[in-house]
Design a protein around this ligand. Structure first.
Ligand SMILES: [Zn+2]
Length: 480
């Protein structure tokens, strides 16, 4: 049963308390007419602190969220929610923070099976001498299935509920995402040279079109996207072809963009321009574009990114590890660019832990700019949740805890010594929390992890299969 939600009839009252320089709020908010109150809902989740990330940025102390049919139907104080609703299932939150699930705006999930295989190398050498050849040899449908399961297990445990992925055998990846319960924007990678499952551009592009058409009609948790690898591995002609198809099919595009100085040199040499202006000339910005990295935009390009509402995904760990540089995120935010956060694949990270990206994004720009006021905690939490959802185009569904949104929620345990005491809950989320603190992960109202136990994937079986594939790769490489 889908709940009818009336808007504009809600009540909201809050008292702001100033605690150690941070405004915390007590609030009560419901949006259901009294005559239509739902007495029984699927789920009520509580939080000692409910960090809603809604436009008012309210934090509700001793709060709760009521969920029915995958939708948030009420948000408010725990006593008020308890007075209005009974639930088939309740999750306690006495010593927990409840917040929206994290949005990982850029990854290649199945690459977790290459974790730690090629470290400490420059980006182009890493790609051309290690990653592309390894993918050609070892990535097959089984690799994608096991790798995607391992990645989803890691993301569910770390509180990521939505992610943007570009890789190969997208159908196999999508099947895993659907069965484990996560939400994703998924692209079948298109590239000019032979890649896993493809001889070259023509068949990789044809597969991408087929994948988008197939998954568009399903309207589930997997949103299909086009995923050209980058402007230096996809020709201008092919990029324009893909852009046209994305417009016709109204599908998002995700790509690597302006990542590395070697890319700038290649684009300058081939097209006598800069990467973002290059893809703009091919029509990419007119589509819903999710651009990973954007480390080297010019001032003119930053204005273009803002104007066309491009979703920029900041991947601080990956950019540091491959020595790509440091993205001018504070300047992009100042100019109104939509910026989210991502881990990138596990070979350039080497994990899918969004809490590390959150903390690094908060620290990095302060240090390199000699300005401790840059990237304050609330701005970075916004990038990891609501701002990330806006950047990738999922904000109509998720990103904050408000009535009418899908119930993608996580709980963090507050009992650890590193979380004690607590003066400012947003400060803890950014500067103290770890992925191991996540104890509950919920997507679309379905509980994927409860009390630290993942319910939708078999961790032991996945670890065994991942180690079997790694042993096979190690044996093959040792025979050389
Ligand atoms: Zn990437």
């Amino acid at each position: 049963m889908r709940i009818k939600i009336k808007t504009g009839i809600g009540t909201m009252s809050y008292v702001r308390l100033l605690i150690s320089g941070f405004i915390m709020s007590l609030s009560m908010q419901t949006s259901l007419a009294s005559s239509e109150k739902i007495k029984t809902v699927d789920l009520i989740v509580q939080g000692r602190y409910v960090v809603t990330m809604d436009p008012e940025n309210l934090v509700i102390e001793y709060g709760a969220v009521a969920v029915n049919d995958g939708v948030i139907v009420a948000v408010g104080s725990a006593p008020d929610i308890a007075a209005d609703f009974t639930a088939k299932k309740e999750i306690d939150g006495k010593d927990r923070i409840l917040l929206p699930g994290l949005v990982n705006g850029h990854t290649h999930a199945a690459m977790v099976l290459f974790r730690g295989m090629a470290d400490d190398l420059p980006l182009m050498e890493w790609l051309q001498n290690y990653i592309f050849p390894m993918e050609a040899r070892f990535v097959d449908p089984e690799f994608i299935e096991v790798g995607m399961k391992l990645a989803c297990l890691e993301m569910i445990r770390g509180g990521t509920t939505s992610f943007v992925d570009m890789y190969f055998y997208a159908d196999r990846g999508a099947a895993v995402i659907e069965s484990c319960g996560l939400r994703a924007i998924l692209g079948s990678s298109s590239i000019d040279f032979p890649s896993p499952g493809f001889k070259g551009w023509d068949d990789s592009f044809a597969a991408a079109v087929k994948f988008v058409k197939n998954y568009k009609s399903r309207s589930g948790r997997v949103t299909p996207a086009f995923a050209p690898h980058s402007p230096y591995t996809v020709s201008a002609e092919h990029m324009a072809q893909l852009s046209k198809a994305a417009t016709e099919l109204n599908a998002p595009i995700t790509t690597h963009l302006s990542e590395d100085r070697a890319e700038l040199a290649l684009i300058l040499d081939r097209y006598n321009t800069t990467p973002i202006k290059h893809v703009a000339s091919l029509g990419l910005l007119g589509n819903k574009l999710i651009a990973a990295h954007v480390v080297h935009p010019t001032d003119e390009e930053i204005k273009l990114l803002a104007k066309y509402k491009v979703g920029v995904i900041h991947n601080p760990t990956s950019n540091l590890k491959t020595a790509a540089g440091i993205s001018p995120v504070p300047e992009m935010l100042k100019q109104g660019v939509r910026v989210g956060l991502g881990t990138d694949g596990a070979v350039s990270n080497n994990d899918l832990d969004m809490w590390e990206e959150i903390r690094l994004a908060a620290l990095l720009h302060k240090g390199v700019n000699y300005d401790a006021t840059l990237m304050p905690a609330e701005v970075v939490m916004h990038m990891a949740t609501k701002g990330g959802a806006e950047a990738v185009g999922l904000d109509h569904l998720v990103g904050d805890i408000v009535v009418g949104k899908r119930a993608d929620l996580i709980q963090l345990d507050l009992s650890g010594p590193h979380m004690t005491p607590l003066y400012d809950v947003i400060s803890h989320l950014v500067y103290a929390a770890r992925s191991g603190d996540v104890v509950t992960t919920i997507v679309d109202g379905h509980i994927l992890m409860e009390d630290g136990k993942v319910l939708t994937l078999d961790a032991g079986d996945i670890r065994q299969k991942a180690n079997d594939i790694a042993a096979r790769i190690t044996r093959a490489l040792s025979r050389e």
